[in-house]
Design a protein around this ligand. Sequence first.
Ligand SMILES: C[S@@+](CC[C@H](N)C(=O)[O-])C[C@H]1O[C@@H](n2cnc3c(N)ncnc32)[C@H](O)[C@@H]1O
Length: 394
Amino acid sequence: MQTENEDEDEASCEEYVARSDFTGSSTDQLSFSRGDILLVHAKPSSEWWWAELQGVIGYVPASYMSQDAAGEEDPSIEDPWQDEEYFGNYGTLRLHLEMLSDKSRTEAYRQVILNNSASLSSKRVMDLGCGTGIISLFCVQLARPSMVYAVEASSMAEYTRQLVKQNGYDEVVTVLQGRAEEIELPEQVDVLVSEWMGNCLLFEFMVESVLLARDRWLRDGGTMWPSSAALTFVPCQADSYYAEKMAFWERPYGLDFTPLQPLAQQEFFTKPKFSHIIEPCDCLAAPCDVISLDMYTLQVGDLEEMKGQFHFCVEKSAVFHGFTAWFTVCFESLEAGGATHKKNSDAPFSLQANTLEADIVHARQACKCMRRRLDQWNNCPPEKSCLETFPMWR
Ligand SMILES: C[S@@+](CC[C@H](N)C(=O)[O-])C[C@H]1O[C@@H](n2cnc3c(N)ncnc32)[C@H](O)[C@@H]1O
């Protein structure tokens, strides 16, 4: 028999469907399979919810839960909220300050333009997602293109127009505010340049907009900058970070704080760590490119499911804490016989390398939730070894 309180409790519970398998990493986490129906009792954080499955209660990662009956969202439904949030973020200065302060990123584009300044002369350029217009401004500052179409969907475009004028480049640079998918240019362009890469190369999924613009606005034989891109993985240890966040709780001030270790594990080791610098000695094998994109031949349809593989020959005996990932992009030279310019997203090292192997599937629809969030990753428990789904931004 249920008491009145239990009735109330049940009424406040919500049913969710698991969008993929999950294996709990501690006794307070539930394991479940895709399609399981869970009763969510409470949402103590945006990442971990308190839920029930077949009478067993425990934490579940919120990103694995869907209220859609099939456990998946209808891919045909556009969610304007996410574009609103995404372009809303780019309408403020925080991200632009971060990007422009990233010297190696911004300098890489400047250098490409400088190295190709002679060939850029009289070329028509499209700068897709121009933000503050920095790449467009470099084009005119360092070369003599006939026209630069600077396309930006966020409200930053209004300021970009002012920056272009302020620098005296308004005769060459035309700022167009709107989504690249929707704007109209008066002509096709010779060069399509864009800084579309996100974390792990594909986050934000702006690459799709770039491909759509390429197919519409790049003339036959035109140049894509970047021309190719690769995502690289290496298995690594993170002993000092692990010690800093886990060993700390062993005996601080002579007291036993080990009951906090599961919490520490959950808090510090269930999300990817950004800007983590690894030393060559932390790498357990030689790095491996898991996804390679040719920006001339890649099709929008290919983005639905990108398959990669890795096979690492582990040469070192160490604790495997996870993978470090970075990307590399190449810019084809416009100059006859010119070298291709390569930009690494801070590739940590190079290292000659028992085996660690897996197939990687980057599937768009499975990751449809949280398409374009810029400020958080959802949880992806690092210890999972079979199917791992990462929420993807668009
Ligand atoms: C990574 S930022 C790069 C900004 C600038 N190019 C730079 O290097 O500083 C990407 C920019 O592209 C814009 N953007 C993303 N998708 C777009 C689209 N489909 N159409 C137009 N602008 C877009 C964003 O609003 C953002 O300002």
